[in-house]
Design a protein around this ligand. Structure first.
Ligand SMILES: [Mn+2]
Length: 316
């Protein structure tokens, strides 16, 4: 598999690199590491993401080279990283007729096999790990720039080595990346110690709405439209809020009610592991994974809370 990919890199000249919508640290890090590697080999490289690189990751090398509008030209090979499903690479990629072949690099449990080559390993902690393996198998070195990108990919996808996907390979590879001279604190500072103050102001308001169930097994927080007005924060800044109630001892499920329009709410669920929240979300027309799921509900906040809490009382 890796040999086939190395052969494609060796025998082709122009490469397009892309990843999923709303790119996360692994999407950005793995893509930019691969782009930098191909550039070092003297290849013609275009990086296209359908969404902009989030502010958080603009410190990574080549982040400034990412294009939202796909240049209309031919590409020998398109690497698609971390997408889970092909459509998440965006419409421009799906509609492009000028790509010779796709190579799919992914670590999601479920993914489309849309590539001429599909290098899928759900045991890999991040897609960045697959890029690391390709560079090493080609006999090339991981330089400082690649290390910055790959380390970011690994720590973001493992929750800073907290999640169960933080396997021995993730630690071993990270050790090697750190040995290139990257500064782990500087990276952590960029990723976790640089939030806009509006996010904490919004979080303060959200936490003041916290509810805890009678048995202490589920908890919720809420963000309403007026809170954005009060703080000047935008909805993107609520990313991660749902994890706060879950962090309470004894809480198995956390719920995050987020008003998106008057009378319309996104409801996010997170589980500590015992409860499958995808079933909970499905009961209200949504879906997701065992530990993370969501749905959209309409009605007053009071009605929606009542429905969700009543369902939790019977299912926990
Ligand atoms: Mn990933």
């Amino acid at each position: 598999m890796i040999e086939g990919i190395i052969e494609e890199i060796r025998t082709n000249g122009s490469f397009l690199i892309t990843t999923h919508e709303n790119p996360d640290g692994d999407a950005v890090g793995s893509s930019l590491a691969l782009a930098g590697y191909l550039k070092r080999l003297g290849k013609d490289v275009t990086i296209h993401f359908c969404d902009p690189v989030p502010d958080l990751y603009t410190f990574l090398p080549l982040a400034g080279d990412v294009q939202q509008v796909l240049p209309d030209r031919d590409y020998d090979v398109c690497f698609v990283l971390d997408v889970g499903e092909f459509r998440r690479a965006g419409k421009q990629i799906a509609d492009c007729r000028r790509i010779g072949k796709f190579i799919n690099l992914d670590h999601h449990l479920t993914t489309d096999y849309f590539g001429a080559i599909n290098y899928i390993d759900s045991k890999a902690a991040a897609s960045g790990i697959l890029v690391y393996r390709i560079i090493k198998a080609a006999g090339d070195v991981i330089d400082y720039e690649a290390a910055l990108c790959l380390y970011t990919a690994i720590i973001t996808d493992t929750g800073s080595f907290r999640y169960s996907n933080a396997n021995p390979e993730a630690f071993a590879v990270s050790g090697e990346l750190v040995a290139t001279g990257i500064n782990t604190w500087t990276i952590a500072e960029k990723l976790y110690e640089s939030q806009p103050r509006q996010r904490l102001e919004l979080l303060t308001l959200a936490l003041s709405t916290m509810t805890i169930s009678p048995k202490g097994d589920y908890a919720s927080i809420t963000v309403t439209l007026d809170m954005y007005e009060k703080t000047g924060a935008s909805a993107e800044l609520t990313d991660g809020f749902v994890n706060y109630p879950r962090s309470i001892r004894g809480i198995e499920v956390s719920v995050f009610f987020r008003e998106i329009n008057p009378g319309l709410f996104k409801v996010g669920f997170r589980s500590k592991g015992k409860v499958d929240v995808s079933g909970l979300a499905a009961a209200f027309g949504g879906g997701g994974h065992h530990n993370a799921a969501g749905c959209t509900m309409s009605g007053s906040l009071e009605e929606i809370r009542h429905k969700v809490f009543a369902h939790l009382e019977t299912s926990l």
